[in-house]
Design a protein around this ligand. Structure first.
Ligand code: ATP
Ligand code: MG
Length: 425
């Protein structure tokens, strides 16, 4: 038997309403913040991610689904959304769009070859936003406030927002040197990845999952002490404006982004709900002032975040929040014989065109079983069609909740659909 690939999942019909509910909410909130959807391909040139995500990252080193196409080009299923958006921005010269800054969002599957774990899939759906073309603490605050708005709109309470500033490129040069000086003498005690990172990307040592409890990580130099005046002022404006919005946060000096193109604001949202499991990061984001240039684009700056629906669902589950089940159908037609079945099919055909959601039995079950089926489908109304209804052309429309019935002519579609629409749940 052929099985589903490891680390992927089928979202079954009984569960899709949860996804649709979340997706609708995300589209709606993005709309409120005036972000427009952008759709980029599922695969891109591998080169885009090698350059745009960075050769020293886990994503590029270990997690990409890369393949050669029949034209011998190396392609990669997208592992993240920012590089494709930036590629599209550059290619479509969006710096010249009349609407500035360019505010976009995406909602799309991402692919990473990862070890399977709770909250970690090989195909997962990310929602992310990017605001490109402005560098201002207020837009950073907008991005963070949207993120909080999303999670709070579902009623989630156990949320912890961590933020940090990693300064501008000047601030970081001095900081990287301080980290090298700090870690170099004892680098043997660190994992093999960190032993490489000290040369390629010392900041990432602070971010290492294996070495996070090492004393030298705990008492490492703080980026804050290396921020220049400009970067400090930028960070203060971000925190002041978060305060003004009543958004609570904690500053985490070890929250870093290891790549050169990241600057200033970095943030992460965690769940501290009990029973969430080992992985508690819901969302990560930050400012990337060097990414566009790195991809041969204009000197524009951007900021964004990405979250996955899989982890949002885990957070909801951990806090016992249920997504409302969808309403049932408007009408179920029960049938007593083959002639009635054919007529029911015709009636359904007409009612559906009127926007009524309706169904019937196709399995020739007994009336009692059909009624059960109507109940299972949560039908607001039922009609029983038999010989006498076919003869008179009149049916009894029964409102299931109240038990009230009304005689209606089958030909009077207007009356039928009006009655259903007025009384339906
Ligand atoms: P992690 O440290 O958990 O591996 P990451 O730093 O790789 O996360 P990002 O690349 O910042 O994650 O992606 C943003 C968000 O996407 C994460 O905060 C998380 O919610 C989600 N995410 C990342 N990888 C996965 C995955 N394999 N399965 C489900 N969700 C994921
Ligand atoms: Mg990861």
């Amino acid at each position: 038997m052929i099985q589903i690939p490891r680390g992927t999942q089928d979202i079954l019909p009984k569960d899709t309403y949860k996804w649709q509910f979340i997706e609708d909410r995300l589209h709606e909130i993005a709309q409120n913040y005036n972000y427009k959807e952008i759709r980029t391909p599922v695969f891109e040139s591998t080169e885009l991610f090698v350059r745009g995500v960075g050769g020293s990252t886990d994503i590029v080193n270990k997690e990409m689904y890369t393949f050669m196409d029949k034209g011998d080009r190396s392609m990669t299923l997208k592992p993240e959304g920012t590089a494709p958006v930036v590629r599209s921005y550059i290619e479509n010269k969006m710096q010249h769009d009349v609407n500035q800054p360019v505010k976009v969002y995406y909602l799309a599957p991402m692919f990473r070859y990862e070890r399977r774990q709770k909250g970690r899939y090989r195909q997962f759906v990310q929602f992310g936003i990017e605001a490109i073309g402005v560098e201002d603490p207020l837009i950073d605050v907008e991005v963070i406030s949207m993120l909080m708005h999303i999670y709070q709109s579902f009623g989630l309470k156990n949320l912890k927002l961590y933020i940090n500033s990693i300064g501008d490129q000047d601030s970081r040069a001095a900081y990287n040197q301080a980290l090298v000086d700090h870690f170099r003498p004892s680098i043997d005690e660190f994992c093999s990845d960190c032993q490489t990172r000290i040369d390629t990307n010392p900041m990432r040592i602070l971010d290492c999952k294996k070495d996070r409890d090492h004393a030298l990580v705990q008492n490492a130099p703080r980026i804050y002490d290396y921020l220049n005046e400009e970067s400090k002022i930028y960070f203060e404006k971000v925190t002041e404006n978060l305060d003004a919005l009543g958004i609570s946060y904690e500053i985490d000096y070890n929250l870093v982004r290891g790549l050169d193109y990241y600057t200033h604001t970095a943030f992460e949202l965690m769940s501290d709900a009990e029973g969430f499991g080992a992985i508690t990061t819901l969302c990560g984001g930050g400012r990337y002032n060097g990414l566009l240039e790195l991809l041969d684009g204009p000197q524009e700056t951007g900021i964004g975040f990405a979250l996955s629906i899989e982890r949002l669902l885990l957070a909801l589950e951990a806090e016992g929040i249920e997504i409302p089940e969808p309403e049932g159908i408007d009408l179920y037609i029960c049938t007593l014989d083959a002639a009635a079945e054919a007529t029911a099919g015709q009636l359904l055909h007409k009612l559906r065109a009127e926007g009524i959601s309706c169904d019937m039995d196709y399995k020739h079950r007994k009336l009692k079983a059909q009624m059960k089926d109507a109940d299972r489908k949560d039908a607001a109304f039922t009609i029983v069609l038999g010989e006498s209804e076919l003869k008179t052309g009149e049916v009894e429309l029964k409102h299931m909740q109240s038990g009230e019935t009304k005689k209606v002519s089958m030909d009077d579609l207007k009356q039928l659909s009006t009655l259903i629409e007025e009384n339906g749940s």
